[in-house]
Write a protein of this length. Structure first.
Length: 329
């Protein structure tokens, strides 16, 4: 019921934990915004320990602003006060949304709707001197600006705005970078090297060029996330070492298919190939450890990989195409 009520309230640039809105919808919106609007600077903002630092007092006040039924308010208070069971002891806190509860994502969206979304939308209409785009997925926020002065004023005012509601920007993860169609040219003139990159929802965004030399936003899987996934596969293969090759092959096929389902976006083919190659090497080492007299050559390993493991292919359409279908106006 609360979802139905607040879906009428939430703004268009909010994508996290909402029905019929996925991470790829947020990635598409960001890609199209940078490509089609006058974006020269990117503010990559991250809120420190957001889900643990939410003020429950402010949260209840926000909900009461829209919901008048005291039974609903009482139920939400119970959710917030339920606490977390750790080592047989229930720990409660006056802060946070109670991660793990079914309502936690919605409460987080409600909090940021009042604290950030409404304020940022008003700032864009009244304060910005140039073009400006906003994309938010939960507590990951990316804001694009045409003018550097707008970006720095917004950054300073955003910091003050969050502090009013018990939140704080992560100083190490929040940064302003030069990014856009003219970033490479301008930085080359100043002799400061290639444009910086930023991460959003598992992808590193890079200023690149297509085959015709036109500006193109290139996305590749984050290196740290890819290595973390490979470490998980390595540990699981050790546990499955004594399984038959078909059993291992079927499991690895499911893992790689699931990884490709999210990461197989245009311009990311090289990263997908690297991931599959690493999985093949991990599988080969696991099979060789099963016996000191193995006869497994890398040629044979390639045959096994071609039989069991899917090859990389782009699953998702170009962001502008899918965005145009979902937002025809």
């Amino acid at each position: 019921m609360l979802n139905q009520i607040y879906e009428e309230e939430f703004l268009g640039f909010s994508y996290g934990f909402r029905p019929e809105r996925s991470q790829h919808d947020a990635l598409d919106a960001l890609h199209v915004g940078i490509d089609k609007r006058k974006v020269n600077y990117i503010l990559d903002a991250d809120i420190r320990s957001f889900f643990d630092e939410v003020s429950q007092e402010w949260l209840i006040r926000f909900i009461e602003h829209r919901i008048g039924d005291p039974r609903i308010i009482r139920l939400i208070r119970k959710w917030l006060k339920a606490g977390v069971l750790e080592d047989g002891v229930v720990r409660t806190s006056e802060r946070g949304t109670g991660q793990g509860s079914v309502i936690s994502p919605l409460l987080a969206n409600i909090y940021l709707h009042y604290v950030f979304d409404l304020w940022a939308e008003r700032w864009r209409r009244r304060e910005a001197k140039g073009d400006m785009i906003i994309v938010r997925y939960a507590d990951d926020i990316v804001v694009g600006f045409e003018k550097e002065a707008d970006a720095r004023r917004f950054w300073n005012m955003m910091r003050e705005r969050l502090q009013e509601f018990a939140l704080e920007l992560h100083s190490d993860k929040t940064r302003l970078i030069e990014f856009g169609r003219f970033a490479a040219r301008d930085r080359n003139r100043r002799g400061v090297g290639k444009p910086e990159t930023f991460d959003f929802l598992g992808f590193t965004h890079i200023c690149g060029r297509d085959r015709q030399g036109r500006f193109q936003i290139r996305r590749k899987s984050r290196r740290d996330r890819r290595w973390a996934k490979l470490r998980e596969i390595k540990d699981e293969l050790r546990k499955r070492m004594l399984q038959t090759i078909p059993q291992q092959g079927r499991w690895l096929r499911q893992v790689i298919t699931g990884y490709f389902a999210y990461h197989a976006v245009p311009t990311n083919h090289r990263s997908l190939n690297a991931f599959r190659d690493h999985v093949i090497r991990l599988w080969g080492r696991t099979l060789r450890r099963r016996s000191q007299k193995h006869a497994l050559t890398w040629v044979r390993m390639g045959v096994l990989a071609d039989h069991w493991l899917p090859k990389p292919r782009t699953v998702h359409p170009w962001p502008s195409i899918r965005f145009a279908v979902k937002h025809p106006r």
